[in-house]
Write a protein that binds this ligand. Sequence first.
Ligand code: PMP
Length: 375
Amino acid sequence: MSGTADIPGPSLTLGELPLRPELVGAEPYGAPQFDVPVRLNTNENPYPPSARVRAHMARQIERLTGSINRYPDREALALRADLAAYLGFGLDSSNIWAANGSNEVMTHILQAFGGPGRTVLSFAPAYSMYPEYARNTHTRYVTVPRRSDYTLDADLVAAAVDEHEPDVLLVTTPNNPTGTITPVKVIEEICERVACVVVVDEAYQEFTEVPEDSSLALLARFGRLIVSRTMSKAFALAGGRVGYLAAAPAVVDACRIVRLPYHMSAQTQAIARVALAHKGEMLAQVLALREECQELQEWMRRAGLEVVPSQSNFILFGRFADRHAVWQEVLDAGVLVREVGPEGFLRLNAGTPDEMKAFREAISPIIARPGVVIR
Ligand code: PMP
């Protein structure tokens, strides 16, 4: 260092910092968080927990402040046991790993099984965070297009694996942003045909027609299969930040190597356990949201929109000549949806009946104008 004169002061910009080259020009990921009356852009559950559940959470938080000077349970064993009991399929805590959202779970998976010189393969259109997990773990990210109806079959997946030789294969069902499911029998065939780690992201599984029809049923047969879940969606706990995976105990051991010690706070563990103790109530709105989502799909089709059949709590719809203009106009009417997915499409999640009405009222005059929707 020559002297302080060379060191930039508080007006320092990012461009002047010795940032890692692959981060230069990158923007922090995130959907807009606007303060508008109707927010339907991040696939959240619109129903907060009941007063009874919230009071239980508050009591538990108050109790744990008495030992907040101590580190939390590093292994989150009680929470993992509760999650195993929730999932069933004969799983126990040794099969479960938990972290701050499935975002962190997925990062642990790639820290353990991806990394420099390794590849993760997914299928486009895919969840927008996947490339970020890959970049942050120095893993090469490759996508192969889904079929024209956004489904996947084992031949397409096996051919993509032959071509790209991934270390980790990532299949999302229902897929974000399309809502398309990949049946368990297809996942089974994939597991039979490939040798890499197979991650099935079931973030929205509880919203499907048959939630029990899950790849969890395959775990006993395939040691390299990982099923990822979250409490953010069906469990209405997005603010709690709890994601988890189910897999062979050896996979959990791999995640335990790469996690930061004490990665899950005592509060997070406590709140998640309360939510699981009231699972009936926490999941009570799933059926209503699924129905809301199906009804809205039918309404959209009747209104002349193109709708990707969704088995989740969100819908990809279009096709708009200028989707950004439609997004902006709907936002000006107080409804926030998401500009994501294939060109010409927008995505929104099922909300309360009042929110769905607000959306229909916002979009109806827009799509009635000639040229807005490509028919
Ligand atoms: N996977 C998919 C497919 C998602 O859509 C999301 C959230 N949008 C996540 C994972 C991450 O969820 P969380 O980190 O809140 O658990």
